[in-house]
Design a protein around this ligand. Structure first.
Ligand SMILES: Nc1ncnc2c1ncn2[C@@H]1O[C@H](COP(=O)(O)OP(=O)(O)O)[C@@H](O)[C@H]1O
Ligand SMILES: [Mg+2]
Length: 433
């Protein structure tokens, strides 16, 4: 499902109240009966509400469902997106919406702008988009109803990601600045950089490798494992530093769409890795911490070997050694403990983890070994649409594979191509409706 914000500006305050009514109603109704929507919207004059309902349904923000017992509506992903955007707009975290720069199995990444024009990133979590059917058939252990579960779980993923981004950011880790979180979305700073995946060569692989391993160990020292430490989730920022030393070869990285020509002998380029994507972070105390830790380390080792032909002479690092580092940084800070205390509880973490396992979320690599292929030219569809028939949101498009995204989507740096739609919404209550 693609976020299309165009209708935002035509929706009235009443439309949003009715949409909110459907959202509230879906907390305990799989299909929200129309009279309940009328009641929850808190608007007087039933015919006005019915106008809003048909308007919202036309825009696919809610969908009519004919039940055996009664007719009603359910909220669609589009409706949930609009509610979140509306809140971001009110909180001034988002003013306008631009291009989608990434689409993964579990999230859409969209460039947005603040009123000042500052560009930001809106990440919309869409947990269970691909494997909706699996969720439906195995949902017994979930307390939540199926139609509410994707909303609830996507919200948990956003909450978790935001909580970790904030804790990491405040503690000197190189991650985006967290700006806002609402429902299943977060707003963060735009990193003007390419994912490691798109970088074909680096001048000193050993240096970058060492920095990445250092990052893994720094995370361990505050009690954390990223859990999906791979070439898609590490952005490599180039920072130009003008050096006075003449004749020194400038450090340079090459991306697959290089366009430079402004190489200056006096300019050194420093490569800074920035880490993103945190919904699967785990504590160093997690039951399977050793497996997650090793997987993160091996992922980087394998990638550097395959892509840059670099193999470190040092074995490890190993989990048992990393474990000794826990609590050794900054007066024994434990960010796993801090995040838990900040509101993303252990219970929420467990629920989310169980659900992610259930819907097969296991990082950008889809579990393991996409190995043999190397470059960005593979554009196989991710998992065919054949089992999608039963999915509630059948109208929604299939998610692309992460490899498509890395190849085809635009780099965040290309600012010229932004087509920003103003999100101004009419707040005039009940105009002619
Ligand atoms: N803050 C950001 N700045 C720039 N690019 C970003 C940012 N966040 C995400 N991206 C881009 O979007 C892609 C997907 O983002 P990610 O958070 O990893 O989502 P997913 O959970 O779908 O993997 C990244 O690989 C990166 O290219
Ligand atoms: Mg990712």
């Amino acid at each position: 499902m693609r976020l299309d914000p165009k209708a935002m500006r035509y929706l009235t305050g009443e439309d949003f109240r009715v949409l909110t009514g459907v959202e509230i109603g879906s907390r305990n109704h799989e299909v929200v009966p129309t009279p309940l929507i009328v009641q929850l919207s808190g608007l007087r004059g039933g015919s006005g509400v019915h106008k809003c309902i048909s308007n919202l349904a036309k825009l696919n923000l809610i969908a009519k469902v004919k039940n055996t017992k009664y007719d009603g509506y359910r909220l669609t992903y589009g409706g949930l997106d609009y509610l979140a955007l509306h809140t971001h707009q009110k909180q001034k975290t988002v003013y306008s919406v631009g291009n989608r720069i990434g689409v993964g199995k579990e999230a859409d990444i969209i460039v947005v702008a603040a009123a000042s024009g500052e560009q930001r990133v809106l990440k919309i979590h869409r947990l269970g988009r691909i494997s909706f059917r699996t969720v439906k058939t195995n949902r017994d252990y979930l307390r939540h109803r199926s139609s509410a579960s994707w909303m609830y779980m996507s919200r948990l993923a956003a909450m978790k990601e935001y909580a970790f981004m904030k804790a990491l950011n405040e503690n000197g880790f190189r991650v985006p600045d967290p700006i806002g979180q609402n429902r299943h979305t977060i707003v963060m700073s735009l990193i003007d950089a390419y994912p490691l995946r798109q970088i074909s060569s680096v001048p000193e692989p050993s240096k970058l490798y060492a920095e990445l391993i250092e990052m893994i160990l720094e995370l361990a020292s505050v009690g954390l494992i990223h859990g999906d430490f791979n070439e898609f989730n590490i952005l490599i920022k180039e920072e130009k530093v003008v050096s006075s030393a003449k004749g020194k070869e400038p450090e340079r990285l090459h991306t697959d769409n290089d366009d430079d020509g402004d190489d200056d002998e006096n300019t050194n380029i420093i490569l800074t890795p920035i880490l993103i994507d945190f919904p699967q972070m785990v504590s160093m105390d997690h039951t399977n911490a050793d497996m997650y830790f090793d997987r993160d380390v091996n992922c980087i080792k394998r990638y550097f070997q395959r892509k840059f032909g670099f193999v470190s002479d040092e074995p490890g690092p190993f989990f048992k050694d990393a474990k000794k580092l826990v609590g050794t940084r900054k007066g024994g800070k434990r960010l796993d403990v801090e995040v838990e205390a900040s509101g993303f509880s252990r219970k929420m973490a467990k629920e989310l983890e169980a659900y992610m396992k259930e819907v097969g979320v296991d990082g950008d690599n889809g579990g393991e070994e996409r190995d043999s292929e190397d470059e960005e030219d593979e554009d196989q569809e991710d998992g065919s649409g054949s089992e999608e028939g039963e999915r509630d949101d059948a109208e929604e498009e299939q998610g692309q594979s992460t490899s498509d995204r890395a190849a085809g989507e635009e780099a965040p740096g290309s600012k010229e191509s932004l087509d920003i739609d103003k999100l101004k919404i009419s707040e005039t209550p009940g105009q002619a409706s």
